[in-house]
Write a protein that binds this ligand. Structure first.
Ligand SMILES: NC(=O)c1ccc[n+]([C@@H]2O[C@H](COP(=O)([O-])OP(=O)(O)OC[C@H]3O[C@@H](n4cnc5c(N)ncnc54)[C@H](OP(=O)(O)O)[C@@H]3O)[C@@H](O)[C@H]2O)c1
Length: 286
């Protein structure tokens, strides 16, 4: 009776809000993440109900086990919200390549693996929904955000390909693109930047500014429920949008990004994050 939907990364922030909002709308929610104890507090909420399911999107065995458990309890999965995400921050020059890989394992390959497990059932049913949680960073890349921005740019691309591939099978794909949202996500970003902010790091002066800008951004950001509302629309509307930007006040920046010369957007960016005119320490003579 209630359509089964898996929400990944539902132990916190946007995923938790989406699980609650979708359950209220009447979906049978399976809330997935690694921290099962955090998910347990959501169980039973909403009309459709929420069931906690242990899930690590970087582990195909864990994905398969989660899907098998859902199918045994509620039948084929109707919808997936690919929300689980991490953020690796720091200067491209200094972030170790294994950290770049960790970034892509969760934000990109995790999404691919979940879609690969979900799609055969959706195609067989002739219906399904996939909602990918991207980021404004998937279109506008701040300095020291290269790994994260690259992962979300990749998600934009795979989202478009997938939408066009599976539409003939009745499967609809949307991307929800949040800007700053008030969740604990900023904590890991602050910790990441902290590693490169100390004395002796060549980028420390700019990076300190970026860190301060980011520290203000999340607490004053929109509510995760605002994002959840768009996720519900993408799941429930007969004709979901291919993209949702949350909050919508970011849309003009996206239009400018597409139309303004890069030299101008670079200058505007430097002003926004407060690095305009900040000079690096003089390079030592070789
Ligand atoms: N907050 C923002 O300002 C913002 C802006 C743009 C985009 N986003 C995107 O929104 C999504 C959710 O972010 P949020 O702000 O809600 O952050 P959050 O509160 O830190 O939540 C992140 C969620 O991802 C889960 N997760 C991380 N790695 C996982 C893995 N390997 N397998 C399964 N789950 C995993 C975490 O659960 P466990 O640790 O329990 O596994 C947690 O539930 C992310 O994709 C993020 O990139 C956020």
């Amino acid at each position: 009776m209630y359509k089964p939907v898996l929400v990944t990364g539902a132990s916190s922030g946007i995923g938790e809000a989406a699980a609650v909002a979708l359950a209220r709308k009447g979906y049978r929610i399976f809330a997935g993440a690694r921290r099962l104890e955090k998910l347990k507090s959501l169980e039973g909420l909403g009309q459709g109900g929420i069931t906690a399911v242990e899930l690590d999107v970087t582990d195909e065995g864990s994905i398969d086990a989660a899907f098998s458990a859902i199918e045994a309890e509620a039948g084929p999965v109707y919808g997936v919200v690919n929300n689980a995400g991490v953020s690796v921050m720091g200067p491209l020059e200094e972030v170790p390549t294994n950290e770049w890989r960790r970034q892509f394992e969760t934000n990109v390959f995790g999404v691919v693996a979940v879609c690969q497990r979900a799609l055969p059932g959706m195609r067989a049913a002739g219906a399904g929904r996939i909602v990918n949680v991207g980021s404004l960073a998937g279109r506008i890349a701040a300095p020291f955000q290269g790994a994260y921005a690259a992962s979300k740019h990749a998600l934009e691309g795979l989202n478009d390909s997938l939408r066009r591939e599976v539409e003939p099978f009745g499967v609809k794909v949307s991307l929800v693109r949040p800007g700053f949202i008030n969740t604990p996500f900023g904590n890991q970003e602050q910790e990441g930047l902290e590693r490169y902010a100390g004395k002796g790091h060549p980028y420390a002066a700019w990076l300190g500014k970026m860190k301060a800008w980011h520290a203000k951004g999340h607490p004053s950001g929109a509510s995760p429920m605002d994002v959840a509302e768009k996720i519900v629309h993408a799941m429930a509307a007969e004709r979901p949008n291919s993209r949702y930007t949350v909050p919508e006040r970011y849309i003009p920046s996206l239009i400018l990004r597409n139309t303004m010369p890069s030299a101008l957007t670079d200058r505007a960016f430097a002003r926004v994050i407060g690095v305009a005119g900040v000079k690096p320490p003089a390079a030592k003579a070789q």
